[in-house]
Structures are given as C-alpha cells and as structure tokens.
Design a protein around this ligand. Sequence first.
Ligand code: ADP
Length: 153
Amino acid sequence: YSGQHANPLTFETLYEVPVATVMLTPVLIKPTTTLQDAVTTLFMYDIGSLYVADDEQQLLGVISRKDLLRATLNTQDLTQIFASMIMTRMPNITTITAEDRILDAGYLLMSHQVDSLPVLAERSKKVVGKVTKTKIMQYFVEVGMKIEHEKYD
Ligand code: ADP
C-alpha cells in the first residue's frame, strides 16, 4: 500500500448511489390532456417525455417526443386526440424506485432503449420522480470534474 489516498473515483461513488441522488421532478399530465396541450407542455418545461397519471398520481402511461410527433402526423385536429390514446401504458412501462442504484437505472435505460424511467414509490404506482439518461450523464461528468479538481488542491 503506497500510503496515498485511494482513488475516490470508485464504483460506489458512481454507481451505487441511490436513484434519489439524480431524481428529477416529473411533469405529469392527465389522460384527458389534449395532444395540443401535451406538445405545449413539453416545450414549456423543456423536457423529452411526459408522464400520464390519475388524480392520485398513480402512473397510467408515458408519452415521448416521438409518440407526439407520430400522433401529430396522424391527425388534423390536435384538440381531438387525448393523452390516453397515444401513451405507452402500464403495465408495459419500465420503472424504478428511489432506493435502487444508479447502476440499476442505467442498465434498465440501456436494455429497454428508453430515455427516461418513472420513479415510483415502493410497492405502489405512485410517481415520485423521473430519471433520465441526460441526468445520469450529467452526474457522471460532475463527479469526474470534482475528482479532477480535488487532485490539484
Ligand atoms: P423517443 O420515442 O422520443 O425516442 P424514448 O426512447 O424514451 O423516446 O421512447 C421510445 C418509446 O418507448 C415511446 O413509444 C415511449 O412511449 C416508450 N417509453 C418511454 N419510456 C418508457 C419506459 N420507461 N418504459 C416503457 N416504455 C417507454
């Protein structure tokens, strides 16, 4: 052992921290939200996907950018199409909990080839957050920058 500090860029720091560390506030819409309002909401909040939930915040579905593009091409009147008609619905949604590790979230995002995962309360369908590829990427870069900075302290 050299007596030097262990490299802090460890598996624990990068991968074993809980999803809660990188969790974002989800933007929820109702199943009755129109295609018109869904597209507006996506731009307003500058996000890539919308989660559809009932009044108790229970997850019903997910709508991605491409879901919105497809629906927009298929209709003249954006006020006649509703979120419930174009969403990917439960139980076909890959979800995670805030207590799971970033590694688990990353693995699910990659294997299912989706951009985000709804974070649900344990043993319930209640949406408590969102984890995205972009946010995990940002976290990895921030940890890297911090470690690089500390090297020269
Ligand atoms: P985009 O369609 O804009 O490329 P995604 O890759 O996230 O964005 O979504 C691809 C498809 O998978 C869409 O039809 C979307 O509704 C669906 N989808 C998105 N997130 C999930 C998820 N966590 N679980 C299951 N399906 C999802």
